[in-house]
Design a binder for this molecule. Structure first.
Ligand code: S3P
Length: 458
């Protein structure tokens, strides 16, 4: 530190501090029932941000009304779009056009959401406005430099930021955005999407090349709103996405399908609570999101597809899930992008399987809402399950049951909280979480919905 002087203290994170709300899950009776989980989080963020970049009104149905998405709605309103809630999950957005955002008068608060923050950084990077990006204590720890690097090549400037390229961060959008060809160094749909959203305002072609294909909701939704997007396969698992810049995006209604990453929790609970049988309705089965289902079928899970249909441009299915005897498997690194948010719950299921499960190539888990690699291993360890981290791999020794009895530190991470609670529904002793409040970021109503199936949560 220069001259031994301390840097000024960071301002408090914008999101209000809420008291922790602990919760305990106990061994439950068989889970039964039909349910529909809330709308997909990734698609909900994109629906708001992209419709704000059209000219005119877009009606959105089935929007996830979790805290993360509500923060994105407030942010696009602060950037000049008109946003109205018309009914449950029904929203109207009057967009301001590509590069049409207004200068916000206060810092933009993204709460816990990396997706909201990084996608809006991309959208703002192509506009001649300056905005401060901020969020809660978890979001302030997450890397933003990976997004800033390509956005600066496009012509945006980071005027201020916290140490290590973190929030709070002041971003000045480009006056004359430059189209770039960008080879993504990490498999991240957020990074890809940020570059594409900035590229909307640039003349010519913006190209993103990814070695491993990641979720393609941005590409699909850009096409839905009338942009020209070409997608080609590159190598065994990669893609090249080419966007023609400066389209006029036209409003068009959107229906958000049910989130497979949320469906994963009741689905997992039904697999491990003896005698369970549930039906999950309308779960999105986009192949870039369903690596967990592939893995679980390899483990011997009974997941039956009852019917498939198209909902808002995505394939969806009703799934019947029955309690199953699971066996350990080797999950290849190449599958990680299609199930990146599902490793904490897969690790729980691996504890209840017979044999070793090795989950490979999980470096990206270290930069999620928490260091999910370490936190997932801790969650299992405090509940008596043998687990190791070897390099970027997570190895769980499944014994067909989990002792439980632990109190899990959730580190402001919704998916850890839900994973630990699912574990407690089938473990020998109860499992507690220190704070269940963050579940509301992605899955409002989780506790009530699980109780409705017969889960003992209190
Ligand atoms: C998301 C992409 C993933 C995922 C996140 C949602 C998205 O993050 O973990 O929950 O909507 O684009 P990365 O892009 O950092 O892998």
């Amino acid at each position: 530190m220069l001259g031994g002087r301390r840097p000024p203290p960071e301002p408090e994170p914008l999101s209000h501090f809420e008291p922790a709300s602990p919760l305990t899950a106990r061994r439950s009776q068989a889970l039964k029932g039909r349910l529909r989980v809330p709308g997909d989080k990734s698609i909900s963020h994109r629906a708001l941000i992209l419709s704000a970049m059209t000219v005119g009104e877009t009606r959105i149905g089935g929007l996830l009304e979790g805290e993360d998405v509500i923060n994105t709605a407030k942010v696009i309103q602060a950037l000049g779009a008109r946003v109205e809630r018309m009914g449950e999950g029904a929203w109207s957005v009057h967009g301001v056009g590509v590069a049409g955002f207004a200068q916000p008068s206060a810092p933009l608060d993204f709460g816990n959401s990396g997706t909201g923050c990084r996608l809006v950084m991309g959208a703002v990077a192509g506009c001649p406005v300056t905005a401060v990006f901020d969020g809660d204590g978890s979001l302030r720890k997450r890397p933003m430099k990976r997004v800033l690097d390509p956005l600066m090549r496009i012509g945006a400037h980071a005027l201020e930021m916290a140490v290590g390229g973190r929030l709070p961060l002041k971003l000045q959008g480009a006056r004359d955005p430059i189209p770039i060809s960008y080879e993504s160094p990490v498999a991240s749909a957020q990074l890809k999407s940020a570059v594409l959203l900035a590229g909307l305002a640039a003349p010519g072609e913006t190209i993103v090349i990814e070695k491993e294909a990641t979720r393609d909701h941005t590409e699909k939704m850009l096409t839905h709103f009338g942009a020209q997007v070409a997608v080609e396969n590159v190598g065994e698992h990669g893609r090249r996405v080419t966007l023609k810049g400066r389209p006029e995006l036209s409003p068009s209604p959107l229906q958000v399908p049910a989130d497979p990453s949320s469906a994963a929790f009741p689905l997992a609970a039904a697999l491990i609570v003896p005698g369970s049988e549930i039906v999950l309705e309308g779960v999105m089965t986009n192949p870039l999101r369903t690596g967990l289902f592939v893995t679980l079928r390899e483990m011997g899970a009974s997941i039956e597809t009852l019917s498939t249909r198209n909902d808002g441009g995505e394939e969806v299915a009703d799934l019947r899930v029955k309690a199953s005897a699971l066996r350990g498997v080797d999950v290849p690194a190449a599958r990680a992008p299609s199930m990146i948010d599902e490793y904490p719950i897969l690790a729980v299921l691996a504890s209840f399987a017979q044999g070793t499960t090795r989950m490979r190539g999980l470096s990206e888990l270290r930069v999620k809402e928490s260091d999910r690699l370490a936190a997932t291993a801790d969650m299992l360890r405090v509940n008596g399950v043998a687990v190791e981290i070897e390099g970027d791999d997570l190895i769980v020794e499944g014994k067909g049951r989990a002792p439980g009895g632990g109190m899990v530190a959730t580190h402001m991470d919704h998916r850890l909280a839900m994973s630990a609670l699912v574990m407690g529904l089938a473990s020998d002793k109860p499992v507690g979480v220190d704070d269940a409040a963050f579940i509301a970021t992605s899955f409002p109503g989780f506790v009530e919905l699980m109780r409705g199936l017969g889960a003992d949560l209190s």
